[in-house]
Write a protein that binds this ligand. Structure first.
Ligand code: PHB
Length: 395
């Protein structure tokens, strides 16, 4: 749709130019001078609101820097990836081959990311990952042209296990969607929880994006663990929180999670979310001028509260604009562009962060609790946490 609108705008500009006597080739050259930015995000399905928050954040950061990249205007291209892994390669190819984007920003879902990774490794297109945490993207399949501004799937849960054992919860059930994001979140949880002396008594799962939780909640009730830990996100997370309470488990078996569980869903989940403890690289209540200024600007621009996805989108915009500024808009100067992005410090609402050697944020993980529709920070669960980057060879 956006592409169509842009085409119409362009022909309108050409008509306008002809009537003012300008030469067409000049116009064509000027248009060709725009930086072509592709957004490949979910705009439908259980992660739709995540895609919207990310796009809002990207645009907000770039607008704050004057709406240009390294002095050049921007032409936007959009693809709804539907969080559908089987269409990942095809959708990324649309942006890279058909739209010839200079940079592809995407995506949310780890399975779809694997398709993007294949396409951008082959084409060498600059790719900024504003969410999907799949390990391979910054481990075995890392690439000089791929930068992640979010997290790896095991980063939040590596900070979760000890926090639970510290609260006296020694026997836990783990539950998730069975795909890369859930499985890798489990890796982090298992490592941190068992190292702290906890025992995982049962691992439960259902296929993405299934939300028929009832049978699994009944099983949890019969196991009676000290606590439950999980990975869910988006619309499915809101339903899991409500179903957990409706099944009578809230207040009896404390619920913990990778912090996505309580991001962007607190209105939909209502009081059922109160008291849920999670670990995440952001918290609504971070008491810094940077976060407060970001939150009020975002709320007034978009008439909704920002969440971690909005922050990741915003940081993606910051990274891109810092990189583009360093090469004065010449994104073809890849060596200098990548160097600038590798050495960038991002002044994020989450706190300042830097890139690891494998192009993933080195960042603090906060311990948070839900209170009155807000993720309140109650401590720092891990300081300057870096992903291992295992198996990453740039080159
Ligand atoms: C992922 O698929 O990598 C993913 C999706 C949603 C999240 C976090 C990770 O909130």
């Amino acid at each position: 749709m956006t592409t169509r609108r842009l085409v119409l705008t362009r022909s309108a500009a050409i008509v306008g130019a002809a009537s003012t006597g300008l030469l067409l080739p000049q116009i064509t050259r000027a248009q060709g001078n725009k930086v072509r930015v592709g957004l490949m995000l979910p705009y439908t399905g259980t992660f739709a609101q995540l895609g919207v928050a990310i796009e809002n954040g990207v645009r907000m950061a770039i607008n704050e820097k004057g709406g240009k990249l390294g002095g050049r205007d921007i032409e936007w291209f959009k693809v709804d990836d539907e969080s559908e892994p089987s269409k990942g390669v095809e959708n990324a190819t649309k942006l890279v081959q058909r739209d010839k984007v200079d940079v592809l920003i995407g995506t949310v879902h780890s399975g779809v990311q694997m398709g993007i990774q294949r396409v951008v490794r082959d084409s060498g297109t600059l790719c900024l990952i504003p969410n999907a945490g799949v390990h391979a993207a910054t481990r075995a399949l890392c690439a000089p042209n791929v930068f992640r501004t979010s997290f790896t799937n095991s980063q939040p849960t590596l900070a979760l296990g000890k926090a639970m054992v510290d609260k006296g919860h020694k026997k836990a059930v783990w539950i998730t969607w069975k795909y890369a994001a859930g499985d890798e979140a489990y890796e982090g949880f298992k490592e941190s929880y068992t190292a702290a002396g906890g025992t995982i008594v049962k691992e439960l799962g259902l296929p993405f994006p299934n939300v028929e939780f009832q049978a699994l909640l009944t099983e949890i009730a019969s196991i009676k663990p000290d606590a439950v830990a999980c990975f869910f996100a988006g619309g499915g997370a809101a339903k899991f929180i409500r179903d957990y309470a409706a099944a009578g488990l809230k207040g009896r078996i404390p619920l913990y999670g990778s912090g996505f569980l309580t991001e962007g869903v607190l209105d939909a989940a209502g009081p059922a979310a109160d008291g849920i403890i999670t670990t995440m690289h952001y918290s609504d209540s971070l008491d810094t001028p940077r976060n407060k200024q970001f939150r009020s600007a975002y709320a007034s621009q978009f008439k909704m509260q920002p969440d971690v996805y909005a922050v990741q989108g915003y940081d993606t915009g910051l990274l891109l604009s810092q990189g583009a500024a360093a090469v004065k808009g010449d994104l073809a100067n890849k060596q200098a562009l990548y160097k600038a992005m590798e050495s960038a410090t991002i002044d994020s609402p989450r706190g300042k962060w830097t890139m690891s050697k494998s192009h993933n944020p080195v960042q603090d993980m906060y311990l948070r609790v839900v209170e009155n529709k807000e993720n309140k920070v109650i401590g720092v669960a891990a300081k300057a946490l870096a992903d291992s980057g295992a198996g990453c060879k740039m080159g």
